[in-house]
Design a protein around this ligand. Structure first.
Ligand SMILES: Nc1ncnc2c1ncn2[C@@H]1O[C@H](COP(=O)(O)OP(=O)(O)O)[C@@H](O)[C@H]1O
Ligand SMILES: [Mg+2]
Ligand SMILES: [Zn+2]
Length: 468
């Protein structure tokens, strides 16, 4: 059963740090600034403070940690860095013990007291409280100094806004030392996606997707687009059957940089626009004159400014409208990426798409959806699809065909054997709603929770109840 926990409501965020370093007599440090200090919401049973295993640390990582500790003033008084747990394009993430846990309110740690009580044997109870306490773990995200200050601020602000959101990893606090900013998050114990995606049953996948869509629905409700939904940004614990969404480094408020696109106009107006386009009139004129359709030509010296749109995200997870540089993108780009994650689970292929650039990515979609549908998708956003790739078919392939091929199975025969199972068909029906090429027809995160594939685990109404 999915274990989306209700987060109790907390009053307006409270600044919890009394001073910069309770152990320092002056309590003043003019070089390390607290960037944001929020009384964040609990993470539910994050598992963040449960584990106490000490992992082996490679020499190179130990050196990196030592360098970081030496360069970031006072960090060793607050945190004991244990290991490096993530290294991405924009940051390095460390697992650390929160040494000053007891000095602060820790609303983010719902299990705090319970865990200590549960795990203490009667003999240990006799010991001093400082000895019986398990270490409290946090994840320290060191954002690369090459990131623009605006981008860093954006990530911290959005995390702060999302502190009440279900299945979103909340921000505990953040610090700055010179040009280095670190964000402190509850450490969430999870497993690497590559270790479990092949073995997941459809039911286990269902629980994963329910947890992911619960997170997404609350993010979208706050008017925020994540923009980089992919397995490494959704930390999932198969044993706890829940996950948290992380990495709001590329996230943005819906409507940022919004410009008009043909996909926004009413269908009759759009059709009129497409039919009167230079491309359509050239093709029609040739057709009416009984001449062959002219080969597309391109101006030698194109004076038009190239189309600009936010293309942030990860290759293979980008929605068609992102690839087509739609200027009116909305939160539905995240739903597409969730659909790709589901496709990975049921095809047992990761990464499913493996393109070198956006053009390749578009061709990969053409392979599956066929040229006809991709031509329509391109013209939806005012673009024209021209391709001379020989093996693209007009109508593409059904999901059933692709999935059976991916998993080395046959189509259902006359003997009733083969084909997709009923559960798989239900997953495919759900996935098709997420991988709808036209964003206006794609399911929203909230609606997805009410579709048959997820509704049994508690639909969107249940989520509303949990939040009340
Ligand atoms: N709260 C957390 N608990 C445990 N691991 C985390 C946490 N936050 C991030 N990580 C690990 O660090 C990796 C990178 O973090 P992320 O926020 O995605 O940074 P980046 O912007 O560099 O991709 C994640 O994929 C995950 O493995
Ligand atoms: Mg990431
Ligand atoms: Zn568009």
């Amino acid at each position: 059963m999915a274990t989306t926990l209700r987060r109790p409501h907390y009053p307006v965020p409270v600044p919890v740090h009394e001073d910069l370093d309770p152990r320092r007599s002056d309590g003043v440090d003019d070089e390390t600034d607290e960037v944001d200090d929020v009384g964040v919401r609990p993470l539910g049973d994050s598992g963040g403070t449960v584990s106490d295993e000490e992992e082996e640390v490679e020499d190179a990582v130990a050196e990196d940690i030592a360098r970081f500790e030496a360069s970031f003033r006072n960090i060793t008084q607050r945190y004991r860095l244990i290991n490096r747990i993530g290294e991405g394009t924009f940051s390095t993430v460390y697992k650390a013990e929160d040494l000053l846990y007891d000095h602060y309110q820790n609303e983010w740690d719902l299990d705090g007291d319970k865990e200590n009580i549960d795990n203490i044997s009667s003999s240990t109870l006799k010991q001093t409280s400082s000895r019986v306490q398990k270490p409290r773990y946090v994840a320290i995200k060191k954002i690369y100094i090459t990131s623009s200050p605006l981008r860093i601020l954006n990530e911290l602000e959005l995390l702060h806004d999302l502190r009440n959101s279900l299945n979103v990893c909340p921000l505990i606090t953040a610090f700055r030392h010179h040009d280095q900013v670190i964000a402190v998050l509850p450490y969430f114990q999870h497993q690497d996606f590559r270790e479990y995606y092949r073995d997941f049953t459809v039911d286990e996948t269902r629980v994963y997707m329910h947890s992911l869509f619960t997170a997404l629905s609350s993010v979208h409700e706050a008017g925020i687009i994540h923009r980089d939904i992919k397995p490494t940004n959704f930390l999932y614990s198969p044993s706890k059957q829940r996950g948290v969404l992380v990495d709001f480094g590329l996230a943005e408020r819906e409507g940022t940089d919004y410009h008009h696109c043909t996909c926004c106009v009413e269908i009759p107006d759009r059709q009129r626009k497409i039919q009167t386009s230079v491309y359509a009139t050239t093709v029609n004129a040739a057709f009416q004159a009984g001449q062959p359709v002219p080969k597309p030509t391109y101006p030698n010296n194109d004076q038009r400014s190239s189309r600009r749109a936010n293309r942030a995200g990860t290759r293979g997870f980008r929605a068609p409208e992102v690839l087509l540089k739609c200027t009116a993108q909305n939160s539905l780009i995240d739903v597409w990426s969730c659909g790709i994650i589901l496709l990975t689970f049921i095809s047992k292929r990761f990464p499913f798409f493996h393109s070198a650039d956006d053009i390749d990515a578009f061709i990969e979609l053409c392979c599956i959806f066929g040229k006809k549908r991709m031509r329509d998708t391109a013209s939806l956003h005012g673009q024209v699809l021209q391709t001379n790739v020989p093996n693209l078919t007009e109508n593409g392939y059904s999901w059933e065909k692709i999935l059976l091929w991916c998993t080395g199975r046959n189509k259902k025969g006359a003997d009733g054997q083969g084909g997709l199972t009923e559960e798989e068909q239900e997953a495919v029906a759900f996935m098709s709603c997420c991988l709808e090429l036209d964003p206006a027809r794609r399911v929203t995160a909230d609606e997805a929770l009410d579709l048959p594939f997820l509704a049994g685990l508690g639909g969107s109404r249940m989520r509303e109840d949990m939040e009340e």
